[in-house]
Design a protein. Structure first.
Length: 183
């Protein structure tokens, strides 16, 4: 990890803060989805760590599924073109769907995904994002659950990556500009 740490300019969300976020959101989701047929859908790959930890704090019966999408490639900004790499396996009819995302930035990807899933007759579709960058939003999308807001910096760790690296950091940090600007 020492090599990865050297690429981080500052820690934005610590391990302890991540645990507190998961506990808070888990309790809120448990309350809001009591008596409902909950299907938690993680958007891969970035939401993997968040979804795994969050669902441990949701004290309800639930099912899990995954959706893999891409809009970044190896870039630091979304291209705006959303590609479905892996679709959900479970039919959504009769479920209350909770989409789990690592970061809500421009909103293009989540807007595309939620509109696509609305055609599948779920009881409801809500969005839970670990991180929110509201100043970067270019579409009208407000998440139902937010872990915390982050500044307009390139963030990595706890599932978030740059060119498929840094996901395994146990916290969220700002990546030094020279790492991605000189690539």
């Amino acid at each position: 990890m020492a090599n990865l740490i050297n690429d981080i300019s500052k820690i934005l969300v610590s391990e302890d803060e991540l645990r507190e976020i998961n506990q808070r959101l888990g309790a809120q989701i448990t309350n809001d989805y009591a008596g409902k047929n909950l299907l938690v859908v993680g958007i891969l790959k970035g939401s993997l760590y968040f979804m795994a930890d969050l669902t441990r704090y949701i004290d309800l019966p639930l099912k899990l599924d995954f959706l893999a999408v891409s809009s970044y490639g190896g870039e630091t900004r979304s291209s705006g073109v959303v590609k479905i790499i892996k679709d959900i396996d479970i039919p959504l009819e009769g479920y209350d769907v909770l989409l789990i995302e690592d970061i809500l930035d421009s909103g293009r990807t989540l807007s595309y995904v939620t509109e696509m899933l609305r055609t599948r007759h779920a009881n409801s579709i809500s969005v839970c994002t670990l991180l929110d960058k509201p100043e970067r939003r270019v579409v009208d999308l407000t998440p139902d659950y937010v872990g915390c807001d982050v500044p307009d910096e390139f963030v990595v760790g706890y599932g978030l990556d740059y060119d498929q690296k840094y996901r395994n950091l146990p916290y969220i940090g700002a990546l030094k500009r020279e790492i991605y600007e000189n690539a």
